[in-house]
Design a protein around this ligand. Structure first.
Ligand code: SIN
Length: 324
């Protein structure tokens, strides 16, 4: 019999506050994933006799997500996807860095697995102790998506909407409907346990630089890539500071610039990035705009983020540097 495996990593969905009315003064990552599943009314009916298995991979507030946790998570997702009796993997995660983890998994998991089975991340904006928590519904919806025939690729489910790993972005600090797919729009909506699909399931990127999973697992020293931003009064100062060697800090290998608008930046920042590039630091240009992409052409001197947000472009650059 096929089963769904739910991997717990922490987040607000597993958070606890001292009062049920407190939705912000909580501590994230307190409740185990097995308990979160036990709290979801309606799960047995949805599963219709299928097996549900849970595993606690980590228990962190996702602001503290680390490469070490990513490595463990990747190993466990990979192992479960390879098993013939596993239909899908669901991951409970904090909302704050969910989009980075989703992108990482979509970029790294082998295409033959990720184009055949779904990996569904879910989260919550209110802690498990809340008067009206959103976690149980999100978890139920995530399992419904995982069970949908034909589902594949890495997606995120929150507040009834399904977003692909490529497009998902946290756009709100407080509202339950905290995620958006920007221009692309959501993949679909979950309505009473049924998915209304609006567009195709994601496929593993065909042009990705393949990284053997074992290389990621063995590499504790991820290439250091930082993000700099353009803003009024921008200057060379931050880039210069990042280039300066510091004891105990890995040398800088890459920089993503969250440029203004369609990839513009202060001339002093641009000159500093040019100097960094000459010194061997790989520079990628993204935009700080929440929607749209840098429509390049005129900006060819820096590599294009290909529509990725600055945080996802950083992950892509780290993976590219790791595989080169
Ligand atoms: C976290 O990202 O772990 C805390 C915030 C949240 O899940 O909403």
């Amino acid at each position: 019999m096929k089963k769904v495996v739910v991997l717990g990593t922490g987040g607000t969905i597993a958070g606890k506050a001292s009062h049920a009315s407190d939705n912000i003064g909580y501590t994230a990552a307190q409740v185990g994933v097995a308990q979160l599943l036990a709290d979801v009314a309606g799960m047995p009916a949805l599963l219709a006799g299928r097996l549900l298995e849970s595993e606690q991979v980590a228990q962190v507030d996702s602001k503290d997500m680390s490469f070490a946790v990513w490595q463990s998570l990747l190993q466990r997702v990979h192992a479960h996807l390879q098993a013939d009796d596993v239909q899908a993997v669901v991951i409970t995660h904090g909302t704050d860095t969910l989009e980075e983890t989703a992108y990482f998994l979509q970029a790294v998991l082998p295409a033959d697995l990720i184009n055949a089975k779904p990996v569904v991340l879910t989260a919550a904006m209110r802690p498990a102790s809340s008067l009206a928590p959103d976690g149980p519904q999100n978890l139920l919806d995530a399992v419904a998506v995982a069970l949908t025939p034909g589902a594949h690729g890495v997606v995120a489910v929150c507040a009834g909407a399904v977003h692909t790993a490529m497009d998902v972005q946290k756009i709100h600090t407080y509202r339950l409907d905290a995620f958006s797919s920007g221009d692309a729009g959501p993949l679909g909506y979950v309505e009473e346990g049924q998915l209304r699909v609006l567009r195709n399931w994601p496929l593993a990127p065909s042009d990705k630089a393949y990284i053997a999973i074992k290389n990621i697992a063995n590499d504790n020293r991820w290439p250091r890539v930082e993000i700099v931003m353009n803003y009024v009064g921008g200057s060379a100062a931050v880039v210069n500071a990042l280039l300066r060697p510091a004891p105990g800090v890995d040398p800088l290998r890459g920089l993503v610039v969250a440029a203004t608008g369609n990839g513009t930046m202060h001339e002093d920042l641009e000159a500093a990035l040019r100097r960094a590039q000459v010194q061997g630091v790989q520079v990628v240009r993204a935009t700080r705009c929440a929607s749209g992409r840098v429509v390049s052409g005129a900006h060819a001197e820096f590599e294009d983020a290909n529509g990725l947000s600055p945080v996802k472009a950083r992950v892509a650059l780290m993976l590219a540097l790791m595989s080169s």
